[in-house]
Design a protein around this ligand. Structure first.
Ligand SMILES: Nc1nc2c(ncn2[C@@H]2O[C@H](COP(=O)(O)OP(=O)(O)OP(=O)(O)O)[C@@H](O)[C@H]2O)c(=O)[nH]1
Ligand SMILES: [Mg+2]
Length: 392
């Protein structure tokens, strides 16, 4: 059976749900697809149920999201790829991979619980990986008390302001993913209002479609009989079936033999598109999350860089002791996490709460550029947030 090709009729954006565990991200994701599927105006959105989003056996057994999941939907004005991210503290690593692809995020906060540790951690990480716009879904509003919800809203706006998101201007919409899924009209309307806020508040980012092609690898799959497929969002440029590309990290050069978005073939993918690339003759185990597929010779990977880094305070979940030259944490850069040696130069010591300049020597070559944001993590928690100021 031949598949229907993807037709680009509306601007495409990448968004996603993030926030603390159990605040209702997956339920809301399912509800969004249901509301849009039933709106039916253009009939293009398909309902994706909760158990098709959290579909791994371990996810079902534990009742939490572990892997990021992608769904697609359309509003009247836009086509969206939506990443549902895990909230559990053990899977922040997967959350960062998802966030690295986003043009905007829906921060889901339970109106009953308010800001919790991963609410704050996700906001910080989103900022670091370049998410410039956040819309807030104050979820579980069906079960919440109005006055308490007002307080939660204030608290969320403050948190966003503290991370440079201009919390006063951020749309905060009170929703109930659960009641919307059940078809309660009051709450399906709340999901519509949330989508309107996303449509109007998250701007279409500038897409550098003429730049050399670059895609950070989010996932690697094998399609029996066809070969190895890598997935991710195109960061910049355009790629067509038949183009030569190199896989940085795997040190292979190959040809793109197929291109798809959400199972629909396409002849050409451009900056912003969430795609699967079929690569000729590449063994599955040579390519990994964190590698970068790019136009041959267009990027020079490097190991050494200088950065300005904010060391999280203890209150923010960071370290309780200073870090010193010789410190060796993990650096989260695009979809990669790579170990690196820190050199603090003359300062030699950085205390929680300090902003410092450091030189980093990574354990492997990574495509780097000035202005690239990254996070520093150690033993399962985020301890720093930085920006590359010089490469080499
Ligand atoms: N009352 C109420 N309960 C909700 C609502 N949304 C979700 N829940 C419940 O909250 C629990 C967690 O929902 P999930 O959607 O799995 O939460 P999540 O944020 O995706 O969780 P993780 O992905 O594991 O971080 C489930 O029992 C849901 O039924 C809501 O709007 N109202
Ligand atoms: Mg979930």
């Amino acid at each position: 059976m031949s598949k229907t090709a993807y037709v680009r009729t509306k601007p495409h954006l990448n968004i996603g749900t993030m926030g603390h565990v159990d605040h209702g991200k997956t339920t809301l994701t399912a509800a969004i697809t249901k509301v849009l599927a039933e709106r039916g105006a253009d009939g293009t959105t398909r309902y994706v149920s909760f158990d098709r989003i959290d579909r791994a056996p371990e996810e079902a057994a534990r009742g939490i999201t572990i892997n990021i999941a992608h769904v697609e939907y359309e509003t009247d004005t836009r086509h969206y790829a939506h990443v549902d991210m895990p909230g559990h503290a053990d899977y922040v690593k997967n959350m960062v991979t998802g966030a690295a692809q986003l043009d905007g995020a829906i921060l889901v906060v339970s109106a009953l619980d308010g800001i919790m540790p991963q609410t704050a951690e996700h906001v910080l990480l989103a900022r670091q990986v370049g998410v410039n716009h956040i819309v807030v879904a104050l979820n579980k509003a069906d079960a919440g008390d109005e006055e308490l919800t007002d307080l939660v809203e204030l608290e969320v706006r403050e948190l966003l302001t503290a991370h440079g998101y201009g919390g006063d201007a951020v749309p905060v919409v009170r929703v109930s993913g659960l009641k919307a899924l059940e078809g309660d009209p009051r709450w399906t309307a709340s999901v519509e209002a949330l989508l309107d806020a996303v449509d109007t508040y998250v701007p279409m980012p500038e897409r550098y479609v003429d730049a050399p092609f670059l895609l950070p690898v989010e996932n690697v799959l094998t399609i029996t009989g066809r070969g190895t497929v890598v997935t991710g969002a195109v960061e910049r440029g355009t790629v067509r079936v038949g183009d030569r590309v190199e896989v940085l990290g795997a040190s292979v050069e190959t040809v793109v033999t197929g291109l798809e978005t959400f199972g629909k073939p396409m002849a050409e993918a451009q900056a912003g598109d969430n795609v699967a690339l079929l690569l000729r003759g590449v063994a599955r185990d040579t390519v990994r999350r964190g590698h970068v597929v790019a136009a041959p010779g267009s990027v020079a990977p490097a190991r050494r860089f200088t950065a300005r880094v904010y060391v999280l305070s203890t209150r923010e979940g960071g370290r309780s002791t200073p870090l010193t030259t010789g410190y060796r944490p993990q650096f989260y850069i695009r979809t990669a996490d790579v170990v690196g040696d820190v050199d603090l130069g003359e300062a030699a010591v950085a205390r929680p709460g300090d902003t410092v300049t450091m030189t980093v020597e990574l354990g492997r070559d990574v495509p780097l550029e000035t202005g690239l944001g990254f996070a520093i993590r150690e033993g399962g928690r985020t301890v720093g947030a930085g920006t590359v100021t010089a490469v080499g």
